[in-house]
Design a protein around this ligand. Structure first.
Ligand SMILES: Nc1nc2c(ncn2[C@@H]2O[C@H](COP(=O)(O)OP(=O)(O)O)[C@@H](O)[C@H]2O)c(=O)[nH]1
Ligand SMILES: [Mg+2]
Length: 276
């Protein structure tokens, strides 16, 4: 299998993101196509353990971020579905990885993985170690991981846990094996100047991961005001177009018992994630 060239060069962070208060009137064809693709997202399975996820060569895009960063909202906004992703409100519930399929129903072309939010204030050291293990296992086992979409609250910038996550993926990001898109979320809360500062600060962090081969993007984002949605959709479509031709894939049988929809917790998509 050949590795396709990244669609976009140079691969340094795209700091020329749309200004926070700019409402685009014209939507590019790429953004439309990207949103159309993302709209096909449908729930496939949940897994409490990485090894319960379907194996195969399906390219996967992982959504990661600190609890409350706006990850569920971003997924719902990009998929244009109100309740696709939701936060569990039940304390002590096993943290789940939710997997969604993208593309035609009979021929999915990618997975979207919603990984557990991290950094929940009430979580102690043990839970943090569990999270680290989950992330390490995920990155180890998901060989077909194609890209990571990292949600960072634009008001706070990269937190220590975000930087830790970056270290987990750094090697594969630097080689371009894993692409990275950083959404600076809740950009509607920032003034123009603060928005620019947020973009600059993120660019400075991401510069440390940028190489000739890397494919790293950053954009201001707001689910509330639809800032950066078209940008993100364009970027994800570019990823889709760069995905390798799949050799073979069949959906394996669903794991018994564990997993399944996080029933009953999904009514309030705004609830805060919990890594308990
Ligand atoms: N102002 C603003 N608030 C947002 C935005 N996106 C999410 N939120 C709020 O931030 C909180 C956490 O959002 P959620 O998507 O559940 O975050 P998650 O824990 O990362 O999945 C909720 O109260 C949301 O209403 C946004 O674009 N703008
Ligand atoms: Mg959530």
């Amino acid at each position: 299998m050949t590795h396709p060239r990244p669609p976009r060069k140079p691969s340094s962070p795209r700091t020329a993101a749309a200004p926070a208060h700019h409402k685009p009137v014209v939507v590019s064809e790429e953004a439309k196509e990207g949103l159309g693709w993302l709209h096909t997202a449908r729930f496939l399975t949940s897994a409490g353990k990485i090894f319960q996820l379907p194996q195969g060569d399906m390219p996967e895009i992982a959504f990661v971020g600190r609890s409350n960063a706006g990850k569920s909202s971003a997924i719902n906004t990009l998929a244009q579905q109100r309740q696709l992703a939701f936060a569990s409100k039940t304390p002590g519930r096993t943290q789940l990885i939710n997997l969604f399929s993208l593309g035609a129903r009979d021929a999915p072309d990618a997975f979207l993985a919603d990984l557990p939010g991290y950094g929940y204030a009430a979580v102690g050291r043990d839970k943090k170690l569990v999270w680290q293990k989950v992330m390490a296992d995920y990155l180890e086992l998901r060989r077909a991981l194609f890209g990571v979409v990292l949600m960072v609250d634009s008001r706070h910038g990269f937190t220590p846990l975000d930087l830790q996550l970056m270290e987990f993926i750094a090697q594969r990001v630097r080689t371009g094996e894993v692409k990275l898109l950083v959404l600076l979320t809740k950009a509607d809360k920032l003034s123009k100047r603060e928005a620019q500062e947020a973009v600059d600060a993120a660019g400075a962090v991401l510069g440390g991961f940028s190489t000739e081969d890397s494919d790293i993007g950053v954009t201001l984002f707001s689910s509330l005001r639809r800032i950066g949605v078209d940008d993100a959709a364009e970027q994800l479509l570019a990823w889709k177009k760069a995905m390798p031709e799949r050799v073979h894939f069949e959906l394996p049988p669903m794991p018994e018992g564990e997993g399944g929809v996080d029933g009953g917790d999904g009514e309030d998509g705004d609830a805060q994630d919990d890594v308990a």
